[in-house]
Design a protein around this ligand. Sequence first.
Ligand SMILES: Cc1cc2nc3c(=O)[nH]c(=O)nc-3n(C[C@H](O)[C@H](O)[C@H](O)COP(=O)(O)O)c2cc1C
Length: 262
Amino acid sequence: MGSAFPRASPSSSRRPSSRAIMSEFTSPGDSESMLARFEGLARKRRATRHFSQQPLERKLIERLLLTAQWAPSGYNLQPTRFVVVADPRIRSRIRRACMNQQPVKEAPLVIVFAGDHRAFDRFPETLEADLAGGAITAEYAGFLRKMVPLMFRQGPLGLNWFWKATLIPLARLFVPIPQIMAVDKRFWLAKQVMLCAMNFMLAAEASGLGTVPMEGFDAGRLRRVLDLPRSWEPILVVPVGYAKQGPAKKTRLPLERVILWR
Ligand SMILES: Cc1cc2nc3c(=O)[nH]c(=O)nc-3n(C[C@H](O)[C@H](O)[C@H](O)COP(=O)(O)O)c2cc1C
């Protein structure tokens, strides 16, 4: 890992306690002002095209990534992984994998948001943690122990994949069946990872940093340059830093063009 930022003390990566988080949300009268602040934040976030070279504190980045981790995930499997690239030599190599996009060169830090195809391996761990924390009942845990492996397991040599991919669409003609992760793994991973990435970008905005989400990259090359574990799939590249210039004006489609009420 590069040396662009000072090492944080171990305590900086500790999650804030639930009590500390909840104390910020105790007054119901706060909801209007919280919403107004959140609206302002969401509207202010723009894709940053030019970054200053000002280095970033490792402590701050860890804090933002902890916030990213609070994004929801299917069955709380938390498949998002972060690859934090500060080393300018690695950044210049990944820039090529990112179609030479300028922000990858300019930003002092690039974070690759990846999805772990093996997230299901941690299912017993996350399930027990949720059970111990009182987040789920023993009855629901029992249901998940049966259901989740059915959704994710591909069996030896991926052989279960075959019947899941062929028989389930047939069964779906007769009964409702949700998306099966063992079949649509990349789609499933992309959904989960993007939620974390959005949390990260909003938290970064709140801290005065700019970001730009990027899908313009060659995943195979990126994977090789970063020497990623085999099961980690790059989903989004996000250069991060202080913006060099004000945000460009952007528009959004009128709400009535993108909404259906039923
Ligand atoms: C999934 C996704 C992929 C994107 N990929 C790129 C990219 O490769 N390069 C780039 O310059 N911008 C990229 N963008 C940024 C968009 O162009 C930008 O978000 C959009 O124009 C809206 O502008 P705003 O973010 O400033 O509101 C991407 C955005 C998203 C959500």
